[in-house]
Design a binder for this molecule. Structure first.
Ligand code: NAD
Length: 317
């Protein structure tokens, strides 16, 4: 198939491209913005560009001429993984979330409509569950109470997909990712921040005094879920799935595995809850298991050492 993947230089985009390259022609897009270290994005791209099945275009997904650049290529699927990510940053720079996540999504849906692309897969997030109390979070629960602008922008992407699938018969699949981690991971996320600071003997910030639980999901399992969405027979007009590990882990245990792996005791700064954050995430994945054949296998005991091995290699520690 010909597959267009946005956010190809990003964490999840990179792994998704890598895994699909052997069997498909991949067109990767990214604007290589400087939300975090651009060199990390370039290093990921360098690996992707070694494959003959990979083409790259540096472009913003909001660019109105995007569809024109693919006029001669019959794309089978668009996978939109480009976004302004990060819950906390959305309090500082709200417009970047509306621009990349909302305007970007509508521009890509328009692209799909104009170029006759039949299938559109896109990243949503566990953050859409906001302050929901009922656990585990199910795609059947209402998600009308976002507690961060990031969450509101992700819920908006779901609404736009719903509308376009209805109006223009584009089959849409939304994937709500739950705290993804692993090699080549994002520098603004806990696994990376804790590892870096512990190695540098700096204090790590532990929010909500450590009373946090996350459904940490290993990157390879997420990629299997994305492949499940690619392979899903076009049974639904628009369907949303949770991609989470289905095993919420306590933040304290998470940190202790990093400490054990690094053989360094962390210095901890215990702090109150941050605005926009949620204390616990936990995914109900019954439908994802059944329909996407999504079977997360990697525990944090196995996944964190893999991240640390990559980190030490990449940053030469
Ligand atoms: N990593 C997680 O834990 C997690 C959890 C839930 C949802 N998600 C979602 O999954 C997707 C991928 O996340 P990630 O962790 O790989 O993030 P990432 O920041 O590593 O990757 C996103 C990529 O998109 C690019 N990008 C951003 N705005 C763009 C624009 N307007 N035009 C073109 N390119 C643009 C960035 O340069 C970056 O390389 C995002 O939609 C994110 O919101 C991630």
């Amino acid at each position: 198939m010909n597959i267009l993947i946005t956010g190809a230089a990003g964490f999840i985009g990179f792994h998704t491209c890598m895994s699909l390259l052997t069997n498909h022609k991949i067109y990767g897009l990214d604007n290589l913005n400087n939300y975090y270290d651009v060199n990390l994005k370039k290093s990921r791209l360098k690996l992707l560009k070694q494959h003959k099945n990979f083409d790259f275009l540096k472009i913003d997904i909001q660019n109105k001429n995007l569809h024109g650049k693919f006029k001669k290529i019959e794309l089978d699927i668009i996978i939109n993984l480009a976004a302004q990510a990060g819950v906390r940053h959305s309090l500082k720079d709200p417009f970047s979330y509306i621009n990349s996540n909302v305007l970007g999504q509508i521009n890509l849906l328009e692209f799909a409509r104009k170029n006759g692309v039949k299938k559109f897969i896109y990243a949503s997030s566990s953050s859409v569950y906001g302050g929901n109390k009922k656990m585990p979070f199910s795609v059947k629960h209402r998600v009308d109470n976002p507690i961060s602008l990031y969450a509101a922008s992700k819920k908006s992407t779901e609404l736009l997909a719903e509308c376009y699938s209805h109006l223009f018969k584009i089959k849409c699949i939304g994937l709500r990712f739950f705290t993804v981690y692993g090699p080549w991971g994002r520098p603004d996320m806990a696994t990376f921040i804790f590892t870096k600071k512990i190695i540098e003997k700096k204090k790590i910030d532990i929010f909500n005094y450590g009373n946090m639980q996350r459904d940490f999901t290993y990157i390879d399992d997420i990629v299997e879920g994305i492949k499940g969405a690619i392979n899903l027979k076009d049974k639904y007009r628009h369907k949303i799935y949770n991609l989470g590990n289905n095993k919420p882990e306590n933040l304290k245990r998470f940190v202790s595995i990093i400490e054990k792996e690094l053989k360094i005791k962390a210095k901890k700064n215990l702090l109150q809850m941050q605005p926009g954050d949620v204390a616990k995430t936990s995914a109900n994945i019954n439908e994802s298991k059944k329909e996407l054949k999504f079977n997360p296998k990697t525990s944090i005991d196995e996944g964190i050492p893999k991240f640390i091995e990559w980190y030490k290699n990449y940053y030469k520690h």
